[in-house]
Design a protein around this ligand. Structure first.
Ligand code: GDP
Length: 432
């Protein structure tokens, strides 16, 4: 006795009303509990020239001294020394792993800093070590995914978002910016920001933002853009549009507390002409960046990384390896292609398994062989030892035998000698 109402948009889906409470309405609560227990993880890469305020912004974003700014050598970004090393890009990838907690919700945060970006004289390949890092993280994930005996959950070290710090020149993007963003925009969720925007006036910022957007557009560089869902309500749509439309965010970073005239304590930067408040939307776009990265779109960033960026990478990689599959989950579903892909993937997995088994078998055989060789050598040395012992005993016995024989000869002689003397003496006695 179930009432069925066909849904207009899709005739295959039939909505059914239940007669009583079954329990799956509890699913969101179950998911919530599970997520809280597991915690969340987020991998954020920060790229920008030295001194643009990367470490300061990380501390500001998570309201925690993740980086010790007193010991952090930063400030001057023009201190380029012309040594041989500075001609070749020497970028060091520094990962800071930290666990932060807010209202019992745990976030495992990984900040991947590309130290030395933009500081060499020849900047043509500055992007290379960073692209390699992004790729190698995708590779590790792919490897874990294709392992037959994989553990239930794969450690996700893929980069979920990349914050690119643009120098507040007010002109247009530099070749370094364009070169870099061109290389990575299809591999990560790219979020460009105008660093230290407090040195520009409000009009300069708006002007600079539109120049940046124009440059990005001309170069076909894609920046993060969340998927819009039809069932999002108007308020959500408006809020999302508001967050996205402010990119590239004009950022000011600082964890310093400043007392305002009205007594309020605010995070900000103080100047002779006034105070810039970090958490004030009238002063900078920090709040928007935090909304995007943490409050509203963290899951979306991870979802896009997994379903679009990683899928693209995976498809390209497997195609290069000769395994065909559909481009991404966003492409149209083709059952034949999908079947073909699954078959090829299955074959690749089987080949992988066979290889692994061969390796294990080889290892076992060589272990057994080694054991046998050791036992053989052991037996041989024991045999030699016993033979030597026996030979020694035989020799000893032979010597004893000889000794006994010579002793018995002597005894014989002694027994026979008096008889002979007797025999020799008796005629004399008879004669006398
Ligand atoms: P990093 O080398 O990119 O990590 O830069 P740091 O975070 O170490 O900052 C370098 C210098 O810039 C420090 O003296 C900061 O106090 C300063 N700084 C950081 N953020 C801002 C900002 O938004 N505006 C201004 N004016 N200075 C900043």
């Amino acid at each position: 006795t179930q009432a069925t109402t066909p849904v207009e948009s899709d005739p295959k889906i039939i909505r059914r009303k239940l007669n009583g409470y079954v329990g799956f309405a509890n699913l969101p609560k179950q998911w919530h509990r599970k997520s809280i227990r597991r915690g969340f993880n987020f991998n954020l890469m920060v790229v920008g020239e030295k001194g643009l305020g990367k470490s300061t912004l990380m501390n500001t974003l998570f309201n925690k001294d993740l980086y010790d700014l007193n010991t952090h050598e930063s400030s001057m970004k023009f201190d380029v020394d012309i040594t041989e090393d500075s001609l070749t890009p020497s970028i060091k990838i520094d990962t800071l792993n930290t666990e932060i907690e807010e209202n019992n919700v745990k976030l495992n945060l990984s900040i991947i800093d590309c130290v030395g970006f933009g500081s060499s004289i020849d900047l043509t390949n500055s992007w290379k070590p960073i692209v390699d890092e992004i790729d190698s993280r995708f590779d590790s994930y792919l490897e874990a995914e294709t392992k037959i005996n994989r553990s239930s959950s794969i450690q996700d070290n893929r980069i979920h978002a990349l914050l690119y710090f643009i120098e507040p020149t007010g002109h247009c993007l530099k070749p370094l910016d364009i070169n870099f963003m061109k290389q990575i925009h299809e591999k990560v969720n790219l979020i460009p920001i105008v660093a230290k925007s407090d040195i520009l006036t409000e009009t300069e910022i708006q002007d600079f933002k539109s120049k940046i957007l124009q440059d990005l557009n001309n170069q076909n560089i894609k920046i993060f853009n969340p998927v819009s869902y039809e069932n999002d309500d108007e308020e959500t749509k408006m809020m999302n549009h508001d967050i996205i439309s402010k990119i590239p965010y004009a950022i000011v970073g600082s964890n310093n507390l400043i007392k305002l005239n009205d007594g309020r304590l605010v995070r900000g930067r103080s100047y002779p002409w006034g105070i810039i408040e970090i958490d004030n939307e009238q002063h900078c776009d920090f709040i928007k960046l935090r909304q995007l990265l943490i409050r509203n779109f963290m899951e979306e960033l991870k979802d896009l990384t997994s379903k679009k960026l990683y899928e693209n990478y995976r498809t390209n990689k497997l195609t290069k390896m000769g395994i065909l599959q559909d481009d991404s989950v966003f492409k149209e579903f083709d059952p034949i292609l999908k079947q073909e892909e699954e078959k090829k993937l299955h074959e690749a997995k089987l080949a992988n398994l066979e290889n692994q088994m061969k390796q294990i078998f080889q290892q076992k055989v060589s272990r057994e062989e080694k054991k046998l060789q050791e036992t053989e050598a052991d037996l041989f040395s024991k045999h030699k030892e016993m033979r030597d012992k026996l030979l020694k005993q035989i020799k000893m016995l032979e010597e004893k035998k000889k000794e006994l024989e010579s002793n018995s000869k002597l005894v014989d002689q002694q027994i026979h000698q008096p008889q002979q003397t007797q025999a020799m003496q008796s005629p004399q006695i008879q004669q006398s």
